[in-house]
Ligand binder design. Sequence first.
Ligand SMILES: [Zn+2]
Ligand SMILES: [Zn+2]
Length: 330
Amino acid sequence: MLELVFLGTSSGVPTKERNVSAVALKLPEPKSWVLVDCGEGTQHQILHTRLSLQTLKAIFITHIHGDHCYGLPGLIASAGMSGRAEPLYIIAPKGVQLMYEAIRDNTQLHIPYDVIFIETEAMGSYSLGDTDVTAHKLSHRVPSHGFCFTTTTTNNNLDIERLTNDRIERGPVWGKLQQGMDVTLPDGTSLKASDYVETTQSTQRIVIAGDNDQPALLSSVEGNIDVLVHESTYTEELLEKAGPGPQHSSAKRVATFAAEYGIPNLVLTHFSARFQATSSRGDSIDDVKIEAESVYDGNLYLANDFDTFSLSTTENLIKNESQHPVDNIK
Ligand SMILES: [Zn+2]
Ligand SMILES: [Zn+2]
């Protein structure tokens, strides 16, 4: 089971309802999680969730823009003050390391654990237990990457028919066999786990992209993408008005790629601060949804801060109860 927790879903600047970019990915190993991007205030957002800085394995920063990395020094400092001892790996562009070191050196910041930077370009394939991570180049004003998390799950399936035929009663023996343990019954019969268990492997692939105006660049990902998390800063109309400068995506642009590439689950995020929650005045977030739905008929979500989603071995991404409804923090 993989779980996404959105900690910030606004583009560029925070709003009352949305902080700047950060998303947590909870891995199948107990209490193990990583962070993708760390906009200012991310540590405050984490305080409203069940995530702990003690169990954070690594931080991936998509690009150097402040709305994706200004939260890093404060988060690293707080983890130290709350007793973290494990090394923390940070995969990021060189500029992020230089920013952190400048702040550390000029504010007499002492960190009681190792902070180890790996430059994104040099990352290769990064392993987090059962999850491998690869970086994929995107198109933005500065170098930007998407991170692809591929988790391999091993499932031990009991052969119920054979167990029943061999008159082995449901109970602890079944559990031991399922865990791959051979069992000797009280009457001396020995049971081999391999006779009663079929092992299958399944992979789940989640891509979390940085800022990007060419979603099709993510076709560099090998294998099927189960979930794509991508910025949708604008609608087509607003993207055209914004002119050639911003190098962001519209809902239509991302959704078209997801449809053409056969991606079953799409989560849009990083919305322009001009979008209102209600359509009574100004640009409405509903416009983003309507535009994406016009070209994509998969499982579509527009992320809000504190939304959590889970992906089990089935391919549908499920939205869970919010860990901390946004209404509570206004
Ligand atoms: Zn951004
Ligand atoms: Zn950016």
